[in-house]
Design a protein around this ligand. Structure first.
Ligand code: ADP
Ligand code: MG
Length: 398
């Protein structure tokens, strides 16, 4: 039985709904009517019209699930969330307590049953549940801040070479979080699209995305990745290299944060006449006491040398195993660098000198993937072939 209160609520919602449609009709349809004939002539215009309409009642959300940083792009607003990829998890309830910098700040200050985890380690989803919770948290946060009538369309950037099972897990997590439609894209492809590179052209585009846990090297042609390599030499490894070097050379122990700060402030992979100097604080391994000393760009360069050279060898390997017809125009126009590692001073020049090909850094390398998801959402019909399709996924047998 319906109570009078429920009845009133029901008729109120129906009236509100009708009112909403009347408003939408006047604000969207009538102004368009003058050009409606024009619209009907071209399918892309119909699509653009549909997109405009749906954007009024539903969000388009792009998520860059990086190993170090997670970004959320909201169509019409830009990057609305930019947080470290860390989740604080309550082990007793298995629920997420905090995400991003709030979770990072909880590290070491919380009771034992709360742990901080990175959902993606070395380019693979280390914990499906955590990754799922992170995706759900981000979608809910964006939806709460910018509420809309229908569930959002969501596109998630994932590390290249992700397995079918992982892809399925990402899709399910986004669907469970209320997404109306979910699309998956490999991160190097999204980065290239974010920089408006000609990914659908019949010529190879090479993109090197140096992230936190992994570097993705991808050759893109005709909207697909035709050759790629994923290696675990990236920002985190450089930090570890710096820690080892300081321990072995100066007998000083430093933490990961100090190593990262030094890499960003003093790091430079090419030689230049002027020195870059920074202060390093650590613990003297001989006396056990705190120690402060000056570090130069040469120290950081020497520390990272082996890793950078392995990176170069891998880039050469990818070029060598790519069919020459795909590369014929590419070598002249050059390769593109994205991800936080692209910001290490001289990385572009070092790679360019080593392989004798021009190297360009994409605009704002840290947000290229997130911006790419935005470009795709705005022109889905044009970028369909760049997405990871269901056909590539194997059914999961329960
Ligand atoms: P991911 O996509 O894997 O999350 P990002 O592209 O966000 O990774 O890059 C994060 C990495 O980039 C970290 O290792 C960080 O130390 C490094 N990084 C960020 N900014 C700079 C900078 N200005 N110079 C050098 N390295 C940087
Ligand atoms: Mg990335």
């Amino acid at each position: 039985m319906q109570t009078p209160h429920q009845g009133r609520l029901f008729s109120l919602s129906i009236s509100l709904l009708i009112l909403l449609f009347v408003i939408l009709y006047f604000f969207i349809y009538i102004p368009q009517i003058a050009t409606i004939n024009n619209i009907m002539e071209s399918p892309s215009k119909i699509q653009a019209f549909k997109n405009k309409f749906f954007r009024l009642i539903s969000n388009d959300i792009g998520i860059d699930l990086g190993t170090a940083n997670t970004l959320v792009y909201l169509a019409g607003k830009g990057v609305v969330i930019d947080e470290p990829s860390v989740v604080a998890l309550n082990k007793k309830t298995n629920r997420v307590v905090a995400v991003g910098s709030a979770a990072k700040d909880m590290l070491g200050r919380t009771p034992a049953h709360i742990t901080a985890e990175r959902p993606i380690i070395d380019g693979v989803i280390s914990n499906f549940e955590v990754a799922g919770e992170m995706i759900a948290y981000l979608i809910n946060k964006a939806e709460k801040e910018y509420p809309k009538l229908l569930g959002p369309r969501v596109i998630v950037g994932v590390p290249s070479g992700i397995t079918n099972v992982e892809t399925r897990a990402v899709r399910d997590a986004a669907t469970d979080a209320g997404a109306r439609q979910v699309y998956i894209i490999e991160e190097p492809m999204a980065a290239a699209i974010g920089d408006r590179l000609p990914v659908r052209a019949a010529k190879g585009t090479i993109i090197i995305d140096i992230g936190g846990g992994t570097t993705d090297i991808a050759v893109i042609s005709l909207g697909g990745i035709v050759n790629s390599k994923n290696l675990k030499i990236a920002g985190d490894k450089f930090n570890q290299d710096i820690i080892s070097y300081m321990r072995d050379t100066y007998k000083v122990l430093i933490g990961e944060k100090t190593a990262e700060d030094l890499k960003i402030a003093v790091g430079r992979v090419i030689e230049k006449p002027e020195k870059k100097v920074g202060k390093m604080r650590g613990r003297d391994l001989i006396t056990g006491l705190p120690k402060e000393m000056e570090i130069t760009d040469k120290d950081i360069r020497t520390a990272m040398q082996n890793s950078v050279d392995t990176l170069i060898d891998t880039i050469k390997g990818v070029i060598e195993t790519t069919p020459p017809e795909i590369l014929s125009d590419t070598i002249g126009s050059g390769l593109y660098l994205s991800g936080g590692g692209a910001l290490i001073e001289g990385m572009d020049k070092y790679i360019s000198d080593a392989i004798h090909v021009p190297v360009h850094i994409v605009a704002d390398p840290l947000t290229a993937v997130a911006r790419g998801t935005g470009v795709i959402l705005e022109n889905l019909e044009d970028y369909e072939e760049t997405l990871v399709s269901y056909d590539n996924e194997l059914p999961i047998i329960q």
